[in-house]
Write a protein that binds this ligand. Structure first.
Ligand SMILES: Nc1ncnc2c1ncn2[C@@H]1O[C@H](COP(=O)(O)OP(=O)(O)OP(=O)(O)O)[C@@H](O)[C@H]1O
Length: 232
């Protein structure tokens, strides 16, 4: 079976237009295959380009060259060159992303924030909110908070709402940016279990996990990003 995510010869520089066009090379010539059910941890020193690679996979950043091929809808989409509409379709149906911080939408209650990706795929509102409630309960978000907008939630509570939202639909592939950074040990274990369950149903995962224990428990292998890429 072909890999779910295929990164080919990916190169990214940042050009700081407001600072005399200074060029910051981040990585060059990166290639990576991620199979169904596999979790690859991005590994390397601070500033090596882990978050930049994750964002390039999600088409938040456009690479200078190379391809990010994602298996989608029986075909393949290159996230590096796809039209915005195709990118949005991949994000809606195939590729989930759990960022470190929740993008708070004013006045939208936590239950609807979590249910929204399911509703976008056609699940009726009540059924979507039922599944959202199960996830919020599993992640120990007190029921009294479910009908409030997460703007006033603690950092850890916001992160757990974000994780619940990311895991509401069974994406074939997911990108995880430090999903356990603000969590206590019990909630960290829950998230590890959710990642393991996603892998067991065949989800391909690329993630950044600074916590060594979490990394050891979820990653099948590490992908090194470091000085050698800057030198390339
Ligand atoms: N939007 C941006 N504009 C300009 N430079 C950027 C931008 N985003 C990241 N960089 C630069 O790219 C390099 C890689 O940053 P990135 O955040 O990907 O590193 P990282 O490996 O995720 O680091 P950390 O482990 O500290 O989070 C850094 O030198 C950073 O300054």
């Amino acid at each position: 079976m072909s890999p779910v995510i295929q990164v080919r010869d990916l190169t990214k520089d940042f050009v700081l237009h407001t600072q005399n066009g200074v060029r910051i090379p981040v990585f060059s010539g990166l290639s990576l295959d991620v199979a169904a059910g596999e979790c690859v941890g991005l590994h390397g020193p601070s500033g090596a380009g882990k978050s930049t690679l994750l964002r390039a996979l999600y088409a938040n950043y456009k690479p200078d060259s190379g391809a990010v091929i994602v298996s989608h809808d029986g075909g393949a989409v290159d996230m590096a060159t796809a039209e915005p509409r195709a990118v949005l379709d991949v994000r809606r149906r195939t590729l989930g992303y759990v960022s470190q911080f929740l993008r708070v939408i004013p006045r939208v209650p936590a239950l609807d924030v979590v249910a929204e990706p399911l509703v976008a795929l056609g699940t009726p509102g009540d059924a979507a909110r039922e599944k959202a409630a199960v996830l919020l309960a599993r992640l120990n978000i007190p029921e009294r908070l479910w009908h409030l907008a997460p703007a006033t939630f603690s950092g850890g509570e916001q992160q757990r709402v974000n994780i619940a939202r990311g895991f509401a639909t069974d994406y074939p592939a997911m990108l995880l940016d430090e999903p356990t950074a603000s969590l206590d040990a019990a909630n960290r274990d829950t998230v590890v279990a959710m990642i393991q369950e996603a892998k067991a149903r065949g989800c391909s995962i690329v993630g950044i996990f600074h916590d060594v224990d979490v990394r050891t428990r979820v990653c099948d292998r590490l992908f090194e990003i470091g000085a050698r890429d800057h030198a390339a």
